[in-house]
Write a protein that binds this ligand. Structure first.
Ligand code: ATP
Ligand code: MG
Length: 186
């Protein structure tokens, strides 16, 4: 039974206190509504500031639902220098950015066959001390590590996106708690 509560999202890397009025779906699952692209970036930044090396973020959602915008914020929270503009990797499938940890941004939209994933060096990447964000993660198939954080993006209207954050795997459950992403409001 979901415990519908209003939650506060703390921006570890920002001066501005940012409040997401949302509900915690279970003890480790969050549902967050953003009402602008900047809010989605801010959510990414909040997570980027606390995420640890080795975390895989599996991003799902329709075209234009905000996955890349989220990764832009993630990069900011990870300390990727401002002169890197994070955009979807097209020909290479993977872009790599320097930060507190390396950020690997993968976009599998154009991949035709999950078998090709072996060719993109995914396993080497997972060995690195980095953070991995994968758009169109459903195309990872069996290659998706069992420990990952699922982020499901949903378009509500022009400016509104609903983002479900769901830990997958025991290690990630703990991580998500440490993120302190949300806290019950007083
Ligand atoms: N609340 C919101 N959060 C994120 N993006 C929003 C929001 N409201 C409007 N937008 C707009 O939606 C678009 C999101 O684009 P973005 O590239 O992040 O999506 P995407 O999920 O990566 O798409 P694709 O699957 O094509 O890569 C942008 O044009 C952005 O301005
Ligand atoms: Mg994208």
């Amino acid at each position: 039974m979901p415990c519908q509560k209003q939650l506060k999202c703390f921006p570890a890397a920002s001066e501005r206190v940012f409040v997401f009025m949302d509900e915690r779906v279970s003890s480790a699952e969050y549902q967050i509504t953003t009402r602008s692209v900047d809010e989605t970036r801010k959510l990414g930044e909040t997570i980027g500031a606390v995420v640890t090396a080795g975390t895989v973020l599996a991003l799902y959602g329709d075209l234009g639902s905000g996955k890349t915008s989220f990764v832009q914020g993630l990069g900011r929270g990870l300390g990727v220098p401002d002169d890197y503009y994070i955009t979807s990797p097209s020909y290479t499938l993977i872009n790599e950015y320097p930060g507190r940890y390396l950020l690997f941004h993968i976009d599998l939209y154009r991949i035709a066959n999950p078998v090709d994933i072996e060719d993109i060096g995914l396993y080497e990447i997972l060995e690195e001390d980095g953070v991995v964000a994968v758009e169109w993660a459903e195309k990872m198939g069996k290659h998706l590590p069992s420990n990952h954080v699922k982020l499901q993006f949903e378009i509500i209207d022009d400016k509104t996106r609903k983002i479900n954050i769901i830990p997958r795997g025991d290690e990630v459950m703990e991580d998500l708690r440490r993120w302190n992403l949300a806290k019950e409001m007083m």
